[in-house]
Structure formats: C-alpha cells, structure tokens
Design a protein around this ligand. Structure first.
Ligand code: AMP
Length: 402
C-alpha cells in the first residue's frame, strides 16, 4: 500500500530525510548525509532502534540520495512511498503555496536561485536525482518562503526605491514558513480556537531563528527578510545590522563585501558575542558557571527577541498567544522566562512551574492565569511538508476530475 511520504531536505552540504506514514504520522525511517564533498562525508540511516553510519568520502548530493534510496529499498519501505516532498528554500513571488513539480516548476526554482545561491541549487539537485531514481513517484516542492507571501506591502517592502523591488525583486520574503505554519495550527488546536479566527506570534528559536505575526492562519509580518540574515540574533548570524557596517568593515578588515557578509552569517550571533559557542545549551551552562561573555550573549539574544515580538504585535488586532518553538524555544526554560519578563508591556507573566515542565517534547501553557497566553509547541517541519505533499496531490486529482 502506498501510504508514506519521503521528505527530502537538501542543504548546501547535507541531505536530511524522513519517511513518514501518512495515516499514523509515524516516522518509518530517517537520517542524514552530512559533510558532503569532503573526506568526512557520511550518511546516517535510522531505522527503528538501529542506526547505521556509512562513510562515503568526497560523496556529494547525488551519492547521498542514492544511498538513501537504496536503504529505503533494502528496508522494504520504498514500495510504501506514495510521493516525495522536497523542502525548497526560495520560491520568491513565483510560489505562494506548495506545487507538484513539473519542468516549468523546475525552471522557475532555477530562476529563484539568484535569491538563494547556496540553497536552491542543492534543492534542485535533490529533486532531479529523485526524479531519475524513482520517476514513478510524484514530487512536490514546499517552499520556506511561500507562507509569508501573504505579508502586506507595508510589511514586505524596504524603504528603498520602488524600481529595485519591481526590477530586481528587492523585498522581504521571510523563511521558516513550514515551521511557523505548523506551530500556528498546533497553537489553535491547543487553545481550542479556529485557526481562521486566531492571532499568534510564533517564535521559531533554533540555530536559525525567526518570529512571525500570524492572523487567521496567514503570515502578516516576519523578522527574516530578503535573506535569512535579517531579524533576530541567531547561533552564528548577526540578525539586523546597519547596512553602513558593510563598507566600514570591508575597509577595516580589508575584505570584500561578500567576505564580510560571510562573517555576519557564520561568525556572528551567539558565537560572535560570546566568543565561545553558537549553542544555547553550552552558553546557558557557561553563564551559570559565571562566564560573562555567555551571559551577555544570552541577554542580547533575549533583548532582540522581545523587541521583535513587540514590533510584530502591531500587525495584530489582539494576541491570542505567543508560541515558542525550535530547539531553544522548546527547551530553554531560561530564555522563555527572560523573554516573558521583558514583555510585561504586552501583559505577559510566566508561570515558572509550568515553564519548567515544558522541555524535551512536552508542549503546554507557560503563562500565569492572569497573563496573555504563552505556549510551547513542538515544531515538525517534516510532517508539515509530508501533509502538504499529500494535500497538493489530492487537490490535483480532484482538479483532474472537474
Ligand atoms: P534547532 O536548530 O532547532 O535544532 O535548535 C538548536 C538550538 O537549540 C541550539 O542552540 C541548542 O543548544 C538549543 N537547545 C537544544 N536543547 C536545549 C536545552 N535543553 N537548553 C537550551 N538550549 C537547547
């Protein structure tokens, strides 16, 4: 029976995959290939309790996808797969929702690559390889940007000349769409209110972090912009900086603008501020042991987050809940506590006991009875992609019947 969806997420040097049973939403098999195109390239397959690691020195995306496909065949899972859902980073304004992949769709994803030169080409490689290996499986593209295509112009435009938008696509696109979409659905479910009449701010806090204002299930503002560098302070990304820094730093560091952008993406954020680590767990432990740099990095992270949440609130008529998700949002009691303390202006007050309980996969309410509601919800981007893949294919079948 064809009842599972294979979800593929090709990054610039990694391929993550999950095979999800549609009905039960159970994870049949998952894993990742990482450090691609290096001597240390390795593919890890998790099947039940068993984890197998296979070295594939200098292996690239094609070898990784082949290895994943073989593992699925050997485990007898391939025959259960109904479709493949691909995470695609940038769909620009061309894609406002997920789509069945056709040659025309592939061409458009290729055209969007100028907006995401590290990611879209990797996503395309994954799609083409999967098409070669299993031409009978329908394939769907689910875009990180699509959920934010409902932003109104005042939220997506930068204060720059309009021809830059019209001629070159200069605007805010937003990312992490599958996560924001998934957790706003979860939040509505947790509160027992219809998504179609809801107002949320979702904070996806992981190694990459972004927050979004979501009204009636539609994104109306978000912190990431033209690229995923804009917005919150992240693991290694700076978040918002003054564009005037670029020429100044290029001169001071005797680097090209591209090299400076590289440093803002990979050497900044929590890592740059603390001089210690990009990892919130490491920083929390270090701060508790008196490391001043780690403590300061956490304070900057929280201040910028609370400030962004305040700014996002102006896009909503009311706030039904603030929703924390992502590795930090789902596990860091301390970051949530500090953030809510900074947000008393929006009526937030932590329930410390409930907050301490919401870790390691436990979702729930972490605000006091008198407070504006704050929730922890567990994100599942893979499940969102799998669900969307089946929905898009079902709609296509219905459409053919019209
Ligand atoms: P993600 O990118 O969503 O996997 O999130 C990764 C981030 O979550 C890293 O900064 C981790 O340190 C952080 N994280 C995971 N577990 C914890 C924890 N128990 N306490 C604090 N941060 C955590």
């Amino acid at each position: 029976m064809h009842s599972a969806v294979l979800v593929i997420n090709c990054g610039s040097s990694s391929v993550k995959f999950s095979c999800i049973e549609a009905g039960t939403q159970a994870l049949l098999c998952g894993g990742m290939a990482e450090k691609l195109l290096t001597e240390a390239a390795v593919v890890t397959i998790e099947l039940g309790d068993e984890t197998t690691k296979t070295a594939m020195p200098m292996g690239g995306h094609a070898e990784a996808i082949s290895a994943i496909y073989s593992a699925l065949q050997q485990a007898g899972i391939a025959e259960r797969i109904a479709a493949v859902g691909h995470r695609v980073v940038h769909g620009a304004e061309a894609f406002k929702s997920s789509v069945v992949i056709t040659d025309a769709v592939l061409d458009t994803i290729e055209r969007c690559a100028s907006f995401a030169p590290l990611h879209n080409p990797a996503n395309l490689l994954g799609i083409k390889m999967m098409q070669q290996l299993a031409p009978h499986w329908p394939q769907v593209a689910v875009f990180d940007t699509a959920f934010h295509q409902t932003l109104p112009p005042e939220a997506f435009l930068y204060g720059v000349p309009m021809p830059w938008y019209r001629d070159f696509g200069v605007r805010r696109y937003g990312f992490h769409g599958s996560s924001h979409r998934f957790v706003c659905q979860q939040a509505a479910h947790m509160l027992g209110i219809p998504l179609s009449n809801s107002a949320f701010i979702t904070a996806h806090l992981g190694n990459g972090s972004s927050a979004a204002a979501i009204l009636n299930g539609k994104s109306v503002d978000t912190t990431m912009g033209f690229t995923p560098l804009e917005g919150l302070v992240m693991g290694t990304r700076s978040g918002d900086v003054d564009a005037g820094l670029l020429p100044y730093l290029a001169t001071s560091l005797q680097m090209s603008t591209n090299e400076v952008i590289g440093l803002l993406n990979t050497k900044s954020g929590l890592l740059g501020l603390s001089g210690l680590s990009n990892d919130m767990r490491t920083l929390s432990e270090a701060a508790s042991s008196g490391n001043a740099g780690a403590a300061l990095a956490i304070e900057v992270f929280v201040f910028r987050l609370a400030k962004a949440i305040g700014a996002l609130a102006i896009s909503l008529p009311r706030l039904d809940a603030l929703v924390f998700t992502g590795g930090i949002g789902e596990n860091s009691v301390m970051v949530r506590s500090k953030t809510l303390a900074r947000l008393s202006i929006l009526g937030f007050e932590e329930d410390a006991t409930q907050n301490a309980l919401c870790i390691r996969g436990r979702s729930g309410t972490i605000s006091s009875a008198a407070s504006t509601t704050a929730l922890v919800a567990n994100t599942n981007e893979e499940l969102m992609i799998a669900t969307d893949t089946l929905r898009v294919l079902a709609e296509r079948v219905e459409g053919l019947g019209d």
